[in-house]
Design a protein around this ligand. Structure first.
Ligand SMILES: Nc1ncnc2c1ncn2[C@@H]1O[C@H](COP(=O)(O)OP(=O)(O)O)[C@@H](O)[C@H]1O
Ligand SMILES: Nc1ncnc2c1ncn2[C@@H]1O[C@H](COP(=O)(O)OP(=O)(O)O)[C@@H](O)[C@H]1O
Ligand code: SF4
Ligand SMILES: [Mg+2]
Ligand SMILES: [Mg+2]
Lengths: 267, 267
């Protein structure tokens, strides 16, 4: 079976950090993983590529005629065999910012991505606006389950709630929300704030990643924290997410309905 | 003469705080000011409305037939006579997130906004994606000058650079950038980071707003910091921005070209 999950959240909240670490851990247990970066910032898979540069699909198709396109030019094999793709985005001010995502999905399909036999596909998606290409991974044929990454900061909780609205408006009826990932900024009352939100929207907090200096260290080394510091508290939290994805795959964990708060409830 | 300025920056960076405070100060010196919130979060003018709720233009036109629409229903008069408008945005996942902005500009024009004789129009615009409606204020007939609000955090500097790309791609040739507003997060080396960026893109830092607990206090009182704490350091920085806008209006300060950094330079 294939499980497809999307990681959404406000820009800078830690989506790529979460995605790369979770992909690493899943691959370490033998899963065949594909991670697709769906943020115009195109830095989702950096920590899995051992310093190699990745060509975005959007740039690639711009300069490569259809007959010359090959899957291996845009799907790079990273540590532990995680397969990495970056959608890229158009130049700011020129067309829809999410355009790279739609082009990427079409291109990968045409070049035969599904023959690669993945166990897990992970989409790392910008969540500041839920529209255009950024809403595409929410379609039924893509994300089976959606994780929301947030901190205690109002801006990120507001964005998470917005993403829930997008999920509810996009594909009604089928429960698609996997849960909330608290990535701690290290502020006062952070846990309380996110727990109150999680309770109000009736979603589980799947992991509570501590704010840690190890992230910067791993980043300087161009590696994931899970690879360099497997015994750290942060790594243990990423393992919870990896385990949760596996339990969704095996139907042991449930996906939930999206119940966003209205403006008044957001207080 | 009329001067139109746009305040762009990453979500949560302080655009609305800057906008409301600057509008207040300009109005206090006798300028007739219009502030238009162009963020789906629709909270730009909250601190100028003394607790009153503002109907967004998008919501208003959805439920009001064209013949019944009146300017005073969407343009609210705030403290010191600042005229306030909120564009609003569509439901997430349904259409272009910036749709409220285009609808707002058309509606205001049709209802006669230009007969109100403004000295300053200030657009407070979401800058996480520079596309669709969010790019509209960059058009020549709108913003004469654009301010970029940033902190020392990489995410906000990256967003500022992206906005510069949007400006360059959108209306080539005419210098449109007013400058950078440093809104301090209170992190290490913040000033250095933003100064190096400002130098690299050859833009002035127009103001350096300190991180201050007075913002939360003013916010709890539902007022701008400039109104409640006019002698504070933060208020003095907002005065610099107000003065800078006036000097652009009087042609004493220059507008600059947009020279964004490429990926490599962004280091
Ligand atoms: N828990 C954490 N503690 C410390 N730093 C973190 C943590 N999570 C993420 N970071 C750092 O925050 C920055 C932004 O994270 P990133 O994953 O790139 O965000 P996004 O993909 O959501 O834009 C990165 O430099 C990352 O190393
Ligand atoms: N210099 C500052 N010091 C402390 N808090 C600030 C400062 N600037 C902004 N804030 C706070 O940060 C939050 C986000 O600011 P806001 O203006 O709403 O951001 P934006 O409009 O860019 O989304 C607000 O609660 C505001 O009071
Ligand atoms: S749909 Fe969204 S991403 Fe596309 S142009 Fe509109 S705001 Fe930008
Ligand atoms: Mg990212
Ligand atoms: Mg705002």
């Amino acid at each position: 079976t294939l499980i497809q999950v999307a990681v959404y959240g406000k820009g800078g909240i830690g989506k790529s950090t979460v995605s790369a670490n979770v992909s690493y851990l899943l691959a370490e247990t033998g899963q065949k993983v594909l991670q697709i970066g769906c943020d115009p910032k195109h830095d989702s898979t950096r920590l899995l590529l051992e310093g190699r540069e990745q060509t975005t699909v959007l740039d690639y198709i711009r300069r490569t005629p259809p007959y010359d396109r090959r899957l291996e030019d845009v799907v790079l094999s990273g540590v532990k065999g995680v397969q990495c793709v970056e959608a890229g985005g158009p130049e700011p001010g020129i067309g829809c910012a999410g355009r790279g995502i739609l082009s990427t999905f079409e291109t990968l399909k045409n070049l035969g991505i599904d023959d690669m036999g993945f166990d897990v596909k992970l989409y790392d998606v910008l969540g500041d606006v839920v529209c255009g290409g950024f809403a595409v991974p929410l379609r039924n044929e893509y994300a089976d389950g959606v994780y929301l990454v947030t901190s205690g900061e109002f801006m990120s909780v507001y964005a998470a709630n917005n993403i829930l609205k997008g999920i509810r408006n996009f594909d009604k009826g089928i429960p698609r929300v996997a849960g909330i990932i608290l990535n701690q900024r290290g502020m006062e009352n952070e846990s309380d704030i996110v727990e109150r939100f999680a309770e109000a929207v009736r979603l589980p907090i799947v992991a509570r990643i501590p704010r840690s200096g190890l992230f910067a260290k791993a980043e300087s080394a161009g590696r994931t924290l899970a690879e360099l510091y497997p015994d750290s508290d942060a790594a243990k939290e990423f393992e919870k997410i990896a385990a949760h994805i596996m339990s969704i795959k095996d139907d042991r964990a449930e996906l939930l309905e999206s119940r966003p708060l209205n403006d008044a409830q957001m207080e």
